[in-house]
Design a protein around this ligand. Structure first.
Ligand code: IMP
Ligand code: MG
Length: 173
């Protein structure tokens, strides 16, 4: 297994997260947010993001997974429900990476059933060329090519989430 050089450094990440939080704070001025990070991958991004958002908010988590090894299974597992209904709330889903779009498509549909006032998505990374489901991303940190990345919450086999930067991951044969 090889961890390559940082694709995005700690400094680049910090700067971009600050910009996203600024944009979100502006867009939701005078409102209150329900932030829904998708675990486990989005935990680090979400914790940086919410610390920089300047509107009142609450946080609730959804635990999703669709990966085995480095290939998506196409089946999304949602391990827990929101504690309180999203009905009437301004909901912001926070995801580590939009890949095929299956996870976000699934979660969006599930949350829409609860009739939120609004529902938007903030994804730290966007691997656009892999998309098989159409999902609208309202806020994106960085677009990346079709490479497998780890760090800043993202894993390979549940490891490397603790790297403070994003790196390209290569499996040695
Ligand atoms: P999707 O449902 O195919 O869009 O997959 C989204 C999920 O797959 C993300 O929440 C990640 O947990 C995982 N994933 C997709 N690409 C990568 C990657 O390059 N590194 C680590 N995890 C990834
Ligand atoms: Mg994930």
């Amino acid at each position: 297994m090889v961890i390559g050089k940082p694709l995005f450094t700690v400094e680049q990440i910090q700067k971009r997260v600050g910009e996203l939080a600024g944009q979100i704070s502006h867009d939701y001025e005078g409102r209150e947010l329900l932030v829904v990070p998708l675990l486990k991958g989005a935990f680090m991004f979400a914790s940086d993001l919410v610390r920089a958002i300047r509107v009142p908010l609450t946080i609730d988590f959804l635990n999703t997974s669709s990966y085995s090894d480095t290939e998506t299974t196409g089946e999304v597992k949602v391990h827990c429900e929101l504690r309180d209904s999203a009905k009437g709330k301004d909901v912001l889903i926070v995801e580590d990476i939009a890949d095929t779009g299956i996870t976000l498509d699934f979660v969006t549909k599930k949350l829409q059933e609860q009739e939120p006032r609004s529902l938007k998505i903030c994804a730290f990374l966007d691997k656009k060329e892999r998309r098989t489901r159409e999902v609208h991303l309202d806020y994106v940190g960085f677009e990346i090519p079709n490479v497998y990345v780890v760090g800043y919450g993202l894993d390979y086999d549940d490891k490397f989430r603790n790297l403070p930067y994003i790196a390209i991951f290569k499996k040695t044969a």
